[in-house]
Design a protein around this ligand. Structure first.
Ligand SMILES: O=C(/C=C/c1ccc(O)cc1)O[C@@H]1O[C@H](CO)[C@@H](O)[C@H](O)[C@H]1O
Length: 510
């Protein structure tokens, strides 16, 4: 008996050690997608080449004072010319999937008011064919923030119902050209974030907002984000409807949407804050996902926003029903949430309409380690909370972590060694993957994970001052150098046993 107990003890200890302490590729299914992500405006450059039209970000980044370092994406990583080199980096990493987005104004320089640009189509054909030849599955975002400037000038872009036709048309052009080879589609990247940054705080183009949310010349922060979102939700449904009717059955692909999914933790263990955290989720993630799953916005949004929240007609509700195959989740951070109905708060220009205040601090302690991005703390357990929450609320619909990553602030005094010895990023990815795996063991149907990002790139408002890459980029020479985190990820993907952080069993590839 004693020896059996001893054996069981050793077996369970082994289980404990290999499953809890030691993250390993084999803890995820072989079919699990492990990839890296990028987006068109952030890496491509070639902003006027081969008939590309101007995008809203081209125009915005050229406006003085908008981008922290005064830079823009005219050249960025010059990926348009260096895509083969970048695909080589992916091959070295050993990823089986690559998430990238299609530049709308490269394919349709004037939206549906002009011709399809065959040179644009040809660029993405080359990328898709090159990755497939390396055994890497394309995971394609139809729209990642950048839209043809033409649509903004003509009718105010997302504020007009007109855009649903334009988005449906663009999506169909993409399906026609690429969906014979692309099996993973997402309509939008972070529509819940981009609508707030564009129409609530006014920090992204077209820079519309009202006081006290921000200081813009025009806009209405309590109304316009909800109109823009309404048009995005119906644009999403239009695109999925087209895909389902004309492409999906023949080609067997899948389609979803990617939501920015911060985890909201109650600040205090009191009912008001627990409700506040729920309300924050309603006003952020459920705002987009509830209509797509259930046909309408969360009721608390209607209670608080009243007539500022648009309504769906019964026809639209029908169009919306069950209009996705998977949920894409971008998970970076977790925040404490404080109620502002019963307590007085300063206005928060991201979550404020939910009558909540968010903070990274509780009783003088930070929720996690700070990162290069203000208010973005490393909170690995948050990814498990988000995934388990989505599993419960949306009937365990398949999920992909479409982005997760760590930013370093860069300045001119940094040495080459500072840039590549990214132990913090390495540990960040390790720790988030560990908690993601825990959610999967609890039954969450997560099917993929993409590190943001392959290479340092144009980080929106921060220009080139924030670095998220597994590879360092010297923007003067365009030289790419793998960081410690790239080596770690590659070893992990190749199945080496690695303990926390930077292990000793590096592959000789690097
Ligand atoms: O764009 C954002 C987040 C922006 C933000 C947050 C907090 C601030 O204070 C300011 C901007 O989401 C994603 O996170 C990444 C890394 O940021 C971006 O590079 C991706 O393009 C995008 O999908």
């Amino acid at each position: 008996m004693g020896s059996i107990h001893g054996l069981l003890f050793i077996l369970s200890l082994q289980f404990f050690v290999s499953n809890v302490y030691c993250l390993h590729r084999s803890q995820f299914k072989p079919s699990f997608l492990f990839g890296v992500g990028t987006s068109s405006y952030q890496i491509e450059g070639a902003y006027l080449e081969d008939n590309k039209g101007l995008s809203n970000w081209d125009v915005f980044a050229h406006t003085q004072g908008k981008i922290k370092d005064g830079c823009n994406g005219d050249i960025a990583d010059d990926h348009y010319h260096r895509y083969l080199e970048d695909i080589e980096l992916m091959t070295k990493l050993g990823v089986n999937s690559y998430r990238f987005s299609i530049s709308w104004s490269r394919i349709l320089p004037k939206g549906r008011f002009g011709d399809v640009n065959m040179r644009g189509i040809s660029f993405y054909n080359k990328v898709i064919d090159a990755i497939l030849a390396k055994g890497i599955e394309p995971f394609v975002t139809i729209n990642h923030f950048d839209i043809p400037q033409e649509l903004l000038d003509r009718y105010g872009a997302w504020l007009s119902a007109e855009i649903r036709k334009d988005f449906g048309y663009f999506a169909e052009v993409c399906f026609k050209a690429f969906s014979d080879r692309v099996k993973y589609w997402t309509t939008f990247n972070e529509p819940n974030l981009v609508t707030k940054f564009s129409y609530m705080s006014g920090k992204y183009p077209p820079g519309r907002c009202s006081s006290p949310f921000g200081n813009c010349t025009s806009g209405n922060s309590s109304l316009e984000p909800y109109i823009a979102a309404h048009n995005m939700i119906l644009s999403h449904a239009t695109a999925v409807d087209i895909y389902r009717k004309h492409y999906q059955e023949k080609q067997g692909g899948t389609i979803g949407i990617v939501i920015a999914a911060k985890w909201y933790e109650p600040l205090r263990n009191i009912t008001a804050d627990i409700l506040a955290a729920k309300r924050a989720m309603d006003f952020d993630h459920h705002w987009f996902l509830d209509p797509i799953f259930f046909g309408d916005y969360p009721s608390v949004m209607r209670q608080i926003l009243g007539p500022n929240l648009p309504t769906f007609t019964s026809e639209e509700k029908n169009l919306l029903k069950a209009k996705l195959d998977f949920i894409g989740i971008n998970q970076y951070t977790t925040t404490y949430t404080k109620d502002c109905i019963h307590s007085s708060c300063t206005i928060d220009n991201y979550d404020g309409n939910a009558l909540v205040f968010t903070t990274g601090e509780r009783n003088g302690n930070l929720i996690g380690t700070p990162t290069g991005l203000n208010n973005y703390y490393a909170v690995p357990w948050g990814i498990e909370k988000v995934v388990m929450h989505m599993k419960e609320r949306y009937n365990n619909t398949p999920m992909y972590i479409a982005e997760n990553g760590y930013s370093q602030a860069s300045n001119s005094s940094m040495t080459a060694a500072d840039f590549v010895n990214d132990i913090e990023r390495t540990n960040f990815i390790h720790d988030y993957l560990t908690y993601l795996n825990s959610a999967i063991r609890k039954g969450a149907d997560v099917r993929g994970y993409f590190v943001w990002t392959l290479i340092d790139n144009f980080e929106w408002l921060f220009g080139y001052t924030l670095r998220f890459g597994l590879h360092h980029v010297d923007f003067k020479t365009q030289e790419r150098t793998p960081r410690m985190s790239a080596k770690w990820y590659s070893n992990f993907l190749k199945g080496s046993k690695i303990a926390k952080g930077f292990g000793s069993e590096m592959s000789s590839e690097y």
